[in-house]
Ligand binder design. Structure first.
Ligand SMILES: CC(C)(COP(=O)(O)OP(=O)(O)OC[C@H]1O[C@@H](n2cnc3c(N)ncnc32)[C@H](O)[C@@H]1OP(=O)(O)O)[C@@H](O)C(=O)NCCC(=O)NCCS
Length: 173
């Protein structure tokens, strides 16, 4: 015998769909300058000198910028921004929300971003990273980046000292 339809069937269907798909993080290109404030907020969770919304707005409007965001449901969990020039690109920044760190999501975000750069004709990607930033170093090494140099005293620290930046590059296939 068929069970009578719950008066809340639409709600049940929606929550089943949400459990199955809404909670799964996904990566998508980021082109909407209207997201600049969301980027500003995420960036401020990670850096002592965060970039302002208008700087993100300008970057998102530039044709040379490649940007991707990691979403779960309607929330942005992280993003990565690069600037392209012919067949080279530089990763400007990559950030995950503190609640999203430690779950391996950054690997996926970076992988999809590098794939998009490769499809766009980029062959070499460069970046700078604080030599003390262990999660970022591991992330980049796993993605195929190798150390090519260093810049001593590059990053100013809140206590007045300065940290060394490592320069890294990867060749995309
Ligand atoms: C950098 C960042 C995107 C990495 O994302 P994440 O979710 O923290 O990274 P993961 O959890 O995937 O960890 C990456 C690796 O670092 C390791 N790791 C994490 N925290 C670590 C720590 N404190 N010390 C040493 N290794 C650490 C993980 O074990 C993992 O290595 P594995 O793949 O061998 O297991 C994220 O930490 C972040 O947003 N940081 C603030 C912004 C930032 O520093 N951006 C980079 C600027 S260049």
């Amino acid at each position: 015998m068929n069970r009578p339809l719950s008066p809340f069937w639409a709600l049940d269907w929606w929550s089943a769909w949400w459990d199955a798909w809404g909670a799964t993080p996904f990566v998508a290109p980021l082109r909407d300058a209207g997201q600049a404030r969301a980027l500003e907020k995420l960036h401020a969770t990670a850096f002592a000198r965060p970039w302002a919304a208008h700087e993100f707005e300008r970057l998102l409007c530039e044709r040379s910028t490649e940007a991707h965001a990691l979403w779960r449901g309607g929330s942005m969990l992280g993003f990565v921004l690069s600037r392209k020039a012919v067949d080279e690109a530089e990763i400007l920044t990559i950030v995950l929300a503190p609640s999203a760190r430690g779950g391996g999501h950054s690997t996926r975000l970076l992988r999809d971003h590098l794939t998009a750069l490769a499809f766009g004709g980029v062959r070499t990607v460069h970046l700078e990273v604080d030599e003390g930033n262990a999660p970022a170093l591991k992330l980049y090494q796993r993605a195929g980046f190798v150390r090519v140099g260093e810049r001593k005293g590059y990053y100013p620290l809140p206590d007045g000292s300065r940290a060394t930046a490592l320069t890294m590059s990867a060749t995309l296939s």
